[in-house]
Design a protein around this ligand. Structure first.
Ligand code: AMP
Ligand code: GLY
Length: 430
């Protein structure tokens, strides 16, 4: 099986690493990839959000399966174009990707499917925003209705800050969604879908804020771990039954079947599980941890989903050891990152047992004396992933990798998976 993967992040490097472990996968290509991906598979310099270029490359390569990593190509209709051309694709059509690209649409489907979520109101001006804020009370949750790379949400006790975010969204032409605040720890659950059937992966937790102890602004995600020892038994099956399957059924009824991964962003609240958001793709950086543990061959699994033949009764196989990944980011991220800094210590980190370095914002540059060096080329630069005997051990291994790598202005959180390793995560009592 020849697989073509679209995207350039750590998630795609993780997907490719897992695909290369699948004995049925004979060849993997990526577009556009990054410096780390280019070391393991051929990369192609096309724009994966262009339906013409994406389909052209898949046809030229005679790909048996295309896996779409990020949301932008999905929203641009790249999966539609590939399906039209008869190429199996893991990733939803644009109409189904609206579960991610419009929070208002996602709410509509959740209401229709009876899925538990935060109460919400859509506002198109400041007056409507203030009315909704009064209705739900503090802390205020104000979301850009459109795609914002995980950075469009402000959660604040300060009404002025809430209104300022709403005003900025209106100025940029977006509506805003105002929500009831959800207490309780967050869970990311990835559910593979073939339009009809669902197969869940192992739950993970992401760390969204830039700073330790969840200080500072939201990012795309600064680290993750899996599995979650504090979840009640049966949690995953419950979420599939109450959330994922009803949404997949609703999308099928609407004649916009969901094929790909339904990312259920959940809060485990005092009143039960609530959906915070859906994404129409794998999460980054949760995927780096989740796929590090997957032992079922990934290529065959994604192909069966793309072809509508996912077996909902199959039991996926997992490495029993937990996985932790820590994101290393460039100076000034999540603002405009500084790029072009030389990264040192990659080989040292990669030599550590059970440690993998997955690239995101990296590029190769000639060093002027006939060799190349790896430099920073984006906000989130790398994720260091480790498996360990327990969460504390996995953390220690991942952070040993992080310590080996450096560049000027590098930043990372020091508390990824710490509270879980110390047994300090609790679900609020009803
Ligand atoms: P989203 O882009 O919708 O995933 O939101 C980004 C982050 O904002 C989430 O991961 C949560 O940490 C936080 N958040 C979003 N909605 C809520 C809510 N209703 N209550 C509490 N926190 C929220
Ligand atoms: N880790 C959050 C996301 O992928 O949206």
């Amino acid at each position: 099986m020849k697989v073509l993967v679209f995207g350039a992040g750590g998630r795609e490097h993780a997907i490719i690493t897992a695909l290369l472990r699948d004995p049925a996968v004979t060849e993997v290509h990526a577009a556009p990839g990054n410096a780390g991906i280019a070391r393991v598979v051929p990369v192609h310099r096309i724009d994966p959000s262009s339906p013409e270029q994406a389909t052209g490359l898949a046809e030229d390569l005679d790909a048996d399966l295309v896996v779409i990593g990020p949301e932008a190509p999905l929203v641009a209709g790249v999966a539609d174009a590939l399906r039209e051309a008869g190429i199996p694709v893991f990733g939803p059509d644009a109409a189904a990707a609206r579960l991610e690209s419009s929070k208002a649409f996602a709410k509509e489907v959740m209401v229709e499917a009876g899925v538990p979520t935060a109460e919400a109101a859509v506002a198109r001006d400041l007056e409507e925003t203030r009315a909704a804020m009064d209705r739900f009370g503090a802390p205020y949750v104000i979301k850009d209705d459109g795609l914002a790379g995980g950075k469009g949400v402000v959660v604040t006790e300060d009404p002025a800050a809430a209104e300022a975010h709403a005003a900025a969204c209106f100025e940029a032409g977006s509506a805003v969604v105002i929500e009831e605040y959800l207490d309780g720890p967050e869970v990311s659950l990835f559910v593979l879908c073939d339009g009809v059937h669902t197969v869940p992966l192992s739950p993970a937790q992401d760390f969204k804020r830039i700073g330790d102890d969840d200080a500072g602004p939201n990012t795309g995600g600064m680290g993750a771990y899996t599995p979650l020892p504090w979840l009640p038994e049966g949690f995953t099956d419950e979420v599939v039954a109450a959330v994922a399957q009803p949404v997949v059924d609703a999308m099928a009824r609407r004649a916009t079947p969901f094929v790909g991964v339904l990312y259920c962003g959940l809060a485990v609240t005092a009143r039960g599980v609530r959906v915070i958001e859906f994404n129409a793709r794998f999460g980054d950086p949760e995927t780096q941890a989740v796929l590090a543990r997957l032992r079922t061959p990934l290529g065959q699994l994604l192909l069966s989903a793309a072809e509508g033949e996912l077996d909902p009764d199959q039991k996926l196989r997992w490495d029993l050891r937990p996985a932790v990944d820590v994101v290393m980011a460039a100076e000034n991220y999540p603002g405009t990152p500084r790029t072009g800094d030389e990264i040192t210590g990659l080989a040292d980190a990669e030599q550590l047992p059970d440690v993998t370095v997955l690239h995101a914002g990296t590029a190769e540059q000639p060093d002027g004396v006939g060799n190349t060096r790896v430099v920073t080329a984006g906000g989130r630069v790398l994720a260091v992933v480790a498996l360990g005997e327990d969460l504390a051990d996995a953390r220690a291994r991942a952070y040993a990798g992080v310590e080996a790598i450096s560049w000027p202005g590098e930043q990372h959180r020091t508390d990824i998976a710490r509270r879980a390793a110390e047994g300090r995560i609790t679900i609020p009592a009803p």
